[in-house]
Structure formats: structure tokens, C-alpha cells
Design a protein. Structure first.
Length: 328
């Protein structure tokens, strides 16, 4: 895999948790049973590869010490190396290795997120302000891509609900739409007409308010690599990965169900809800099993995909009474 070396191969000390602090936190997490000392950690500090895809020198996670949050899975974490080199981010190209190759062009400072629509407090929210709006937590989430692979990633952020409460939605706000950056100067994939740019995604208000839905700024104890959606993305772990929009520039509070890019592109293949569901196949392939990235071997069995990606206990009630075959 080609990795650009035009930028420093390691993050600047000011940008990440100091290594001793970081290691101590890892020990604490491990002691607390979070299984954090996974193979992924070697990837974080052991190798320069794929650490460099950022252009916002000086940015930091605030606070540096994200506390372990609820809902974390104890499953073995995917390595940082895999999670930051095997990506979907079509603005940088359609190949899984394109984002890590090209995302270093993305300028993530200054960055503002426009909060628009049905809210009492609309406005442009600076990324530094958003970082500090609520205490950050680390949450290890299972992620399942519609293409049949999965990862386990420790994300850092706070519940999107915190921001929603802060901006005070009006009674008309039934949905949220996330609009992401589409700048052909920084994002070579945007020059190709694969999708109707900008990439857009949406959630129903109760989904957006659910405590599992994370407004995300970092992963593996450091700020998000550009290819993973810096400087701000959402992570919705019970839905297929494409619902988790990266590099968000606008959050719109709407009365009507918003457009989402993949739903618009291929409505019979990608629904608005896109809850992980082993019983509803994609028209062209089964969704019953998944390949966990990092577990690949000739004899490795695929895993059975779990309803709502294993988060049924937390989210199934959101869809009570809904025909999940119709609302896929
Ligand atoms: N967000 C934007 N802006 N553009 C994209 O192409 N791809 C989605 C989602 N968010 C995408 C996006 C898809 S298909 C997946 S599987 C996840 O990002 C992948 O996130 P990851 O690369 O951090 O694992």
C-alpha cells in the first residue's frame, strides 16, 4: 500500500496525548477490563506508517484524557494500522487505499460546522468550541460496513445529543442532515461524478439523540486521521458504516426526512435507516455474515452478523412496530 511521505511521519507531540500519559491511560483501561492493550496499540506508536495523514499541526484533543465511556465492547480491537489505511471516503477516491494516500491534502483548521434549520441557536460553531462543548469519552464500537467487513475501533467524542441539546431544536425538528465537505481542490475524488456531492447523511431525531450516537473527534487516543473523517464525524454503530458521515461542515435540523447520498444514488440498495440487519440482504449480496478486518486467514470463518450490529438491547425499541424489511 502506498503511503505518502510528504508530511511528517509521526504526529507532533503537541497534537496527541503524551506517550507516558497515554500508556498509563491504556494500563488503567486495561485494568478496568476494557481490553485496550490490543494489537492496535503497536500500530499507534510502533510504526510511522499511516500516522501522517493530517495537516492541522497544533490541533489537539481537548481534554486530552478521554474517560472510558459506556457501551464499549470488550472485543479485540482492530489495529490502528488497519483502521487508518482501509477506508471508505469517496471524496478521496473509491479505492480503500485512496483515503490514506490523498487525505493529507485536507486542511482541518480552521473548521466550522454550520448548525442550521429548526433550532433556536443556529450559527457557525468553531471546531475548537465543539471540542470543548462536553466531556469526551472513549468508546470501543463495533463498526459494520455494508460491503461485508467489520472493525472494532476505540472512538473519542461525546454523544451528539449534547450538541443537539445545546442548540435547542424547535418542535418542528424531526430529522438531522449531515452535510460534509466537498472541495475539489483538496479532495480529488470530488472531481469524479461517483456521487452527487456533497456527501449527505441523515438520522431521525430519536436516533440522533440516542446515547450511542457519538460526535467524534478522535480514535485510538489521538485526533482523527484525515482519512477517518477529521476533524469531526459522527459514528452510529448500529447502522451500516455509510451512515457515519465524515468531515462534517453542516448539521441541518429538518422537519422532513432528508436526502442521504447513497439512498439517492441507489434507493433500492441503500435505505434511509440502514440498520445492520442480517435478515435483510442487500439486493446483490447477503448481509448475514461479516469478515472482521485483521482476522483474515485462509481458514478464518466469517462471523455471523448480529442484529443492529450487536446493539439491539440499546436500540431495538427505536424501531418498535416498524417493518424493517420495508424500512431497510
Ligand atoms: N463520509 C464521507 N464524507 N464520504 C464517504 O465516502 N463513506 C462512509 C462513511 N462516511 C463516507 C463517509 C462509509 S461507506 C463507511 S464504511 C465509513 O465512512 C468508513 O469509515 P472509516 O473509513 O473511518 O472506517
Amino acid at each position: 500500500m502506498l503511503i505518502r511521505s510528504s508530511v511528517p511521519s509521526r504526529p507532533l507531540g503537541s497534537e496527541i496525548t503524551a506517550e507516558p500519559v497515554y500508556r498509563q491511560r491504556r494500563r488503567l483501561l486495561a485494568a478496568a477490563g476494557f481490553g485496550a492493550a490490543s494489537a492496535g496499540m503497536a500500530g499507534v506508536f510502533g510504526s510511522g506508517a499511516a500516522l501522517a495523514q493530517r495537516s492541522d499541526a497544533g490541533a489537539s484533543l481537548a481534554p486530552l484524557e478521554a474517560k472510558p465511556g459506556p457501551f464499549s465492547t470488550m472485543e479485540r480491537q482492530t489495529s490502528f494500522e488497519d483502521a487508518s489505511t482501509y477506508n471508505n471516503f469517496y471524496e478521496f477516491g473509491t479505492d480503500k487505499s485512496d483515503p490514506v494516500r490523498y487525505a493529507d491534502r485536507l486542511q482541518t483548521r480552521p473548521w466550522t460546522v454550520a448548525v442550521e434549520g429548526e433550532v433556536a441557536k443556529p450559527g457557525n460553531y468553531d471546531i475548537e468550541r465543539l471540542l470543548k462543548l462536553a466531556p469526551q469519552e472513549e468508546r470501543v464500537y463495533r463498526m459494520r460496513c455494508v460491503e461485508g467487513w467489520s472493525m472494532v475501533i476505540p472512538w473519542i467524542g461525546y454523544p451528539l445529543a449534547e450538541l443537539i441539546r445545546h442548540v435547542e431544536p424547535t418542535g418542528n425538528a424531526k430529522y438531522l442532515q449531515f452535510v460534509t465537505l466537498a472541495d475539489p481542490k483538496q479532495m480529488p475524488g470530488v472531481r469524479a461524478g461517483v456521487l452527487d456531492w456533497p456527501y449527505r447523511e441523515g438520522l431521525r431525531m430519536d436516533e440522533a439523540m440516542h446515547p450511542l450516537t457519538l460526535l467524534t473527534f478522535g480514535m485510538y487516543g489521538r485526533i482523527l486521521p484525515n482519512q477517518n473523517g477529521a476533524p469531526i464525524r459522527i459514528v452510529v454503530p448500529w447502522k451500516y458504516g455509510f451512515k457515519s458521515a465524515k468531515s462534517i461542515v453542516s448539521i441541518r435540523f429538518m422537519e422532513e426526512q432528508p436526502i442521504n447520498s447513497w439512498g439517492r444514488m441507489a434507493p433500492s440498495e441503500y435505505g434511509f435507516y440502514s440498520n445492520v440487519n442480517p435478515e435483510v440482504d442487500h439486493p446483490r449480496w447477503s448481509q448475514a455474515t461479516e469478515r472482521r478486518i485483521g482476522e483474515d486467514g485462509f481458514f478464518t470463518r466469517k462471523r455471523k452478523t448480529l442484529m443492529f450490529n450487536g446493539y439491539a438491547e440499546q436500540v431495538a425499541q427505536l424501531y418498535a412496530g416498524m417493518d424493517l424489511r420495508k424500512f431497510y
